[in-house]
Write a protein that binds this ligand. Structure first.
Ligand SMILES: Nc1ncnc2c1ncn2[C@@H]1O[C@H](COP(=O)(O)OP(=O)(O)OP(=O)(O)O)[C@@H](O)[C@H]1O
Length: 248
């Protein structure tokens, strides 16, 4: 009798994913058969030339868009074909997003920005009932990203690095399992970028937070466990970095 060994599923996977956009009457292929598996606790970086489809792939992972062909799986289950409300729930509860230009709300202070995902997730009544706990959680996260001295500041009163830290705190308040970071250091000088990378690496190592990061910068990319390069709509595997261990 042959014994079947069931392998654990990767946390997130793209399977034979294709995506094209329409420009005038033409179909412009961007992703032409992407296969990638990401394990829990892994830090993956995605590099590639401008226009190679990095953000498109992140949008597909985070259920902000759907593939034309292929599937996105979470813990072995297809998620790209779920009804919209189920996709919304997964997007809000599983994924955290950070972007190159932070996307903080200018009229809210830092603490309010960090709390904003919870204001959206819960009804007004539920939010007010749990507000004390939420505020305490937010203060802990703000301390973790090193911004306790800035809670009343609005985004315009923060530096670029501080705004990115605030955006990271806002992503963390919803306790995501996977952080999708699109050019998180793209708007920062190199030493501030290094500090943000230290913060992301700590979150990955200490909290087993899975991170998928898009970057133009090979040096930044090399701090992840593994880098994949998008070229002509497909992945060119670059392999594991020597310096970091990849969770099984
Ligand atoms: N909504 C859209 N409609 C039409 N074309 C799009 C759309 N989004 C992206 N594209 C096109 O798809 C291609 C890939 O875009 P994408 O933003 O994924 O690339 P990228 O690798 O992230 O680029 P960059 O590094 O410059 O941010 C580009 O040619 C872009 O113009």
């Amino acid at each position: 009798m042959t014994e079947t060994i069931s392998m654990p599923h990767p946390q997130l996977a793209a399977i034979a994913v294709e995506k094209a956009y329409r420009k005038d009457k033409h179909k412009v292929p961007v992703l032409r058969g992407i296969d990638v598996e990401v394990n829990k606790g892994e830090f993956l970086s995605i590099v590639g030339q401008s226009g190679s489809g990095k953000s498109t792939l992140m949008h597909l992972f985070g259920l902000l868009d759907t593939p034309d062909v292929g599937e996105i799986h979470l813990e072995g289950q297809q998620i790209d074909d779920l009804p919209e409300h189920a996709r919304d729930q997964i997007r809000n509860r599983v994924f955290g997003f950070i972007f190159q230009f932070y996307h903080l709300l200018p009229e809210l202070n830092l603490l309010e920005n960090v709390l904003s995902p919870l204001m959206i997730r819960y009804s007004t009544w539920e939010y007010w009932k749990k507000k004390k706990q939420f505020k305490q959680d937010a203060m802990e996260i703000i301390e973790k990203v090193g911004l306790s001295h800035r809670i009343k500041h609005r985004p315009a009163e923060l530096s670029g690095g501080e705004m990115q830290r605030a955006a990271i705190a806002r992503a963390l308040i919803a306790k995501p399992q996977i952080l999708l970071a699109d050019e998180p250091t793209g708007n920062l000088d190199s030493s501030t970028g290094k500090e943000i990378m230290e913060l992301l690496t700590n979150l990955n190592e200490q909290e087993q937070l899975t991170i998928i990061m898009v970057t133009h910068d090979d040096l930044i990319a090399s701090q992840a466990h593994r880098t994949v390069r998008l070229r002509e709509g497909q992945f060119e595997l670059l392999g594991k970095h020597q310096s970091a261990s990849v969770p099984a």
